[in-house]
Design a protein around this ligand. Structure first.
Ligand code: HAM
Length: 426
């Protein structure tokens, strides 16, 4: 039987991986400009990190984790997200003691969730995420949201919507949760099984229910805003003020609750505003002030971050008909005729590659016409043609593949000639 890739995964073939590289480079570039540094944490962690960090009642922990016992009988989980691992590492490596605070970190890497397969939803997907851990300030919240927003703008995706909410502090949420329980309890039997399970464990998630989203009780549920204290309201107002200042367009959505337990205060999502796209959420994040303490780190350290998947970014680009400016050319293709010239061609290819040019040659001593065709297939900017007679005069012919002009160049001048032509260097 032919072995195929596991459900919910994908092979990224060379044509596609060029796009991935382009996107990842751009993400690294913008992270660098915003002064975020890369952190690489393991792809698997102790299961307890996620059950404690992400939350026992979340869909991720209850249904979606790839969990197994290793040969030492330890429960291990393939990371379903990057925040818990980053915070674990922040604590374990005492990043809170670094002189530069807050620590501004980013990551790019595969995450794993056993989810129902759907366009834009994979079981292995790549998240780019940032986490700012240390002290809190509305300016940091706004910076993080602005970074996420501007990533989509940078790729030319204009039809996006930022939804933002404040989830308050744990006490405020507690009071709100109690109000929600009171609200839903008498008629919870009208909801699906998931919502019934959520009623006492995590009632806010009933508002997030996909099945019963239009239920009258969801619409008439108490609003979290009414349960926020002055300080939380003030903090949220400050975040919005800074977002206005930064030109980030957003909508306050008081029903926005995120699917992970660690959020406090600012929470946000970025959606694509395109009717042809089924899975709208491109990015999600928020503040998680309790998580550092929950994972036994310093009590006063707080964090905020977001993550987006490159898979959904690519879908957004596709749905907006945006072509990435990917260069599909090579600098030089080397065409050789005859055995001696062929050997010289192999060496010249190697030398030019080591001098920093992108170069290919023919391996199979094909006819000149065929070699020129291959040069075209590679979209070569120049071809270098060498035969027995050129070898005798220690020259090559360099042909500009765009305007077909060609010149005889001394072998020792090839590199300087190409530098001048391709890089404008004298
Ligand atoms: P999340 O909302 O679970 O948050 O995921 C963030 C983003 O990852 C989603 O908006 C979506 O773009 C992408 N994503 C999630 N699941 C899949 C999937 N199965 N296939 C493709 N893409 C997917 C988190 O993961 C938090 N750790 C974000 C965060 C960072 N909050 C604070 N810091």
């Amino acid at each position: 039987m032919v072995i195929t890739m596991p459900r919910g995964t994908q092979d990224i073939l060379p044509e596609e991986s060029k796009k991935w590289q382009y996107i990842e480079n751009k993400l690294r570039e913008i992270s660098n400009n915003f002064c975020y540094e890369e952190i690489r944490t393991p792809m698997f962690e102790s299961t307890e990190l996620f059950s404690r960090g992400v939350g026992d009642t979340t869909d991720i922990v209850q249904k979606e984790m790839y969990t197994f016992l290793d040969k030492g009988n330890r429960s291990i989980t393939l990371r379903p997200e990057g925040t818990a691992g980053t915070v674990r590492s922040y604590i374990e490596n005492k990043l809170f003691a670094k002189t530069i605070q807050p620590q501004k970190l980013y990551y790019v890497g595969p995450m794993f969730r056993y989810e129902r397969k759907q366009k834009g939803r994979y079981r292995q997907f790549v998240q780019y995420g940032v986490e700012v851990i240390g002290d809190e300030s509305p300016k940091i919240d706004a910076e993080v949201i602005s970074l996420a927003y501007n990533i989509y703008k940078m790729f030319g995706i204009e039809n996006i919507k930022v939804s933002i909410n404040s989830l308050g502090n744990p006490e405020e949420r507690q009071a709100y949760n109690e109000a929600l329980i009171k609200h839903f309890e008498p008629r919870i039997h009208e909801f699906d099984e998931d919502c019934n399970n959520r009623l006492y464990k995590n009632p806010m998630r009933i508002l997030d229910c996909k099945v019963d989203a239009d239920h009258e009780l969801v619409k008439t549920a108490p609003k979290l805003l009414e349960y926020l204290g002055e300080e939380s309201k003030q903090y949220f107002a400050e975040v919005l003020k800074h977002l206005d200042n930064l030109g980030v367009k957003y909508e306050v959505d008081h029903n926005l609750v995120r699917g992970l337990d660690y959020y406090t205060h600012t929470a946000f999502e970025i959606m694509i505003d395109n009717p042809n796209v089924e899975l709208k959420t491109l990015c999600g994040g928020g503040r998680y002030n309790g998580l550092i303490k929950l994972l036994e780190g310093p009590e006063d350290k707080k964090g905020i971050g977001f993550a987006l998947s490159i898979e959904r970014l690519l879908l957004a680009l596709e749905s907006e008909n945006i072509e990435l400016p990917i260069e599909e050319t090579i600098d030089v293709f080397i065409v050789s005729m005859g055995e001696k010239a062929g050997t010289y061609g192999v060496k010249l290819t190697n030398d030019l590659r080591l001098a920093g040019f992108k170069v290919q040659n023919d391996y199979f001593d094909k006819k000149m016409k065929t070699q020129m065709k291959i040069a075209d297939r590679y979209n070569a900017k120049f071809s270098i043609i060498v035969g027995e007679s050129e070898l005798e005069t220690a020259e090559v012919i360099i042909k500009n593949m765009e305007n077909f002009e060609q010149e005889n160049i001394k072998q020792e001048n090839i590199i300087s000639y190409l530098e001048m032509k391709l890089r404008g260097e004298q």
